[in-house]
Design a protein around this ligand. Structure first.
Ligand code: NAD
Length: 356
């Protein structure tokens, strides 16, 4: 028994943070009596260099044959990389869009967590942050206005926001299931005072909520949600919303934590397949220097254990070990205050392993 994990390290700090995460995964596997088999595939700029395309067929096959996908990051330096070209399809980022489509990833989960030890990093006042914040934004990823019918002529242009009952139902289930594993509260964000599609969204969300009587359901207009995230983030547990509103609110929620190197994400397909990656990019400025913060990727691997591999206790262990190293004062440069002693990528991984 064991699990196979497709590993796509990608570019820049991708290999730094993924290698470190694999060390943590191996330790947690041993402690939980299982083994992980890693199948490496190329994606992004390195795939262009070696095969001519950002997402080779082999990589797609490796991912589809695995139980889950762990990804580092793709892309070169902003405004001047050797992969810049006028044909967008050959850019490293096209690999990311391609793999999301190939795997049918329709739900994007982004936790926005402020650890008590890092609460000073938040741009919000300490009175608002309190002892920390823990919100999960669940965004529908493959429908809505980004994928509806579009048209442009000289006099006008339009995009169409459309959701089917099936699309709303399945994202609602992801949100309610996640809430059952957390604090049992879902806030559905829409614009039902203006949009038909939002009134439809709301009706389906209410229908699905009947299957989860333990979960409290609230509805909020998106403009109010944008304000409430800043004013009183503690009122949220799970936020579920459509593609465009989720795009905006997940970035807003992420920024209230103040630490890009700490933000994990999961993208889920039907069943148990998922792709897990840090929110940050390839950070070419610090690649290969052993200074990148590996915590975003390590926390993404904890999401992989929870959502794809059915190992919630192992996921808890990783999250607790991360909280512990922060309490003990371990800091990579990006989360250190002026004058604080810092550790490198490898040392941070070792510290997390020690506290597992
Ligand atoms: P970035 O997230 O790579 O870097 C922004 C800043 O944050 C940089 O100063 C970087 O050093 C720092 N940073 C990021 N992650 C860090 C970490 N783990 N530890 C310490 N510091 C960290 O964003 P960018 O500079 O706008 O983009 C660089 C490349 O990454 C571009 O090619 C972009 O297209 C790509 N990108 C990829 C993804 C992805 O793979 N999902 C996401 C965003 C950007």
């Amino acid at each position: 028994m064991g699990y196979s994990i497709a590993v796509l390290k990608g570019d820049g700090i991708g290999p730094d943070v993924v290698d470190c995460t694999i060390g943590v995964l191996n330790k947690v596997a041993a402690e939980h009596g299982t083994v992980f088999e890693y199948n490496e595939g190329l994606i992004g700029g390195i795939a262009i260099d070696e095969t001519g395309v950002p997402l080779p067929g082999d990589t797609i096959e490796i991912c589809k044959k695995s139980d889950a996908v762990l990804l580092g990051a793709v892309g070169g330096a902003v405004g001047g990389s050797r992969w810049d070209n006028p044909d967008g399809s050959l850019r490293p980022e096209a690999g990311l869009l391609g793999i999301r489509k190939e795997l049918g990833l329709f739900a994007n989960l982004r936790p926005a967590v402020i650890y008590p030890a890092l609460k000073d990093a938040s741009p919000l006042r300490s009175g608002i942050v309190g002892d920390g914040i823990d919100i999960l934004v669940v965004r529908e990823l493959t429908g809505g206005i980004y994928f509806g019918e579009k048209f442009t002529c000289d006099d006008y242009a339009y995009d169409t926001m459309k959701y089917s009952a099936m699309e709303v139902e399945r994202i609602a289930r992801v949100a309610f299931e996640a809430a059952m594993k957390r604090n049992k509260k879902v806030t559905s964000v829409d614009k039902a005072n203006v949009l038909d599609v939002s009134r439809f969204w709301r009706k389906i969300i209410i229908d699905v909520s009947r299957e989860y009587p333990e979960v409290e359901l609230l509805h909020m207009y998106v403009d109010n949600a944008a304000m409430q995230l800043i004013k009183d983030p503690h009122q949220f547990d799970v936020i579920v919303t459509g593609n465009m509103f989720g795009d905006i609110l997940s970035d807003e929620a992420a920024m209230i934590t103040g630490s890009i190197g700490m933000l994990a994400s999961a993208s889920l397909a039907e069943g148990t397949m998922g792709l897990f990656e840090p929110v940050h990019g390839s950070a070419p400025d610090i690649a290969g220097k052993d200074i990148a913060n590996p915590i975003a990727t390590i926390l993404s691997s904890a999401m992989m254990l929870r959502y794809s591999l059915g190992m919630p206790a192992a996921a808890d262990d990783i999250e607790k070990a991360v909280a512990r190293v922060l309490e003990e004062g371990y800091r990579t440069a990006d989360i250190a205050k002026k004058g604080e002693r810092t550790v490198g990528t490898v040392q941070m991984g070792e510290a997390i392993k020690k506290f597992l």
